[in-house]
Write a protein that binds this ligand. Structure first.
Ligand code: 5GP
Length: 190
């Protein structure tokens, strides 16, 4: 997606170790016009799929998922919450995820009220690195008896293993921009 590429090249900042900061338009300050276009692009990429729900994970996935849902006849968006919850127990689907940015494990959970057996679900997230967040969401879908129709990612770091892990689970990945590599503080896109 050309506009997203240009924003990354112009405003993205590479921080150590191998993290792209895009707080200016995606992860802190949000650009609604850009999000609208991202939503429309995801709609185009998954137009052949029947989708009942979008699943994402807090926090940065939520706005992207909502922008996508507005473009897809306002289908419901469910987001996995992070952290231990006081009513942890049998009303929740829970998965342990390793955070790439924080280098620590956390629990993500979704209430059983919001995912139902047989539903076809599109996963949306901001970044794909080693795929741990998406694998956690796939685990939650499996527990719920839902199927994944695909994974839509705004920015994929193509030099990391996320895509191959997800594709090995027979899940289609669509990324709007793929980063080939970082050269110092320079971002090289595919
Ligand atoms: P993964 O689970 O695929 O290893 O990492 C993806 C998650 O880590 C995303 O949800 C995102 O929040 C965060 N992440 C991974 N790499 C980056 C990055 O380079 N920049 C930013 N802003 N977040 C990242």
């Amino acid at each position: 997606m050309e506009e997203l590429k240009q924003r990354i090249l112009k405003e993205g900042k590479v921080i150590i170790p191998e993290i792209l900061k895009v707080d200016n338009f995606l992860n802190h300050q949000l650009d609604p016009a850009l999000f609208q276009k991202i939503g429309a692009e995801f709609k185009k990429r998954f137009q052949d799929e029947k989708i009942d729900k979008i699943l994402t994970i807090e926090a940065s996935g939520i706005a992207l998922a909502l922008a996508t849902a507005y473009n897809m006849d306002h289908i419901p968006v469910v987001f996995a919450k992070k952290g231990i919850h006081s009513n942890i127990g049998k009303d929740l689907y829970i998965s342990k995820i390793h955070s790439y940015t924080k280098q620590e494990d956390y629990l993500a959970f979704v209430s059983k009220s919001y995912l139902h057996k047989g539903e076809k679900v599109l996963i949306i997230d901001d970044f794909l690195a080693n795929g741990q967040a998406v694998l956690g969401l796939l685990d939650i879908l499996k527990q719920a008896g839902c199927s994944c129709v695909g994974v839509g990612i705004a920015i994929e770091k193509g030099f990391q293993k996320g895509r191959s892990y997800i594709e090995s689970k027979n899940c289609k990945v669509e990324s709007l921009v793929i980063i080939d590599r970082f050269e110092g503080d320079k971002v090289i896109l595919r």
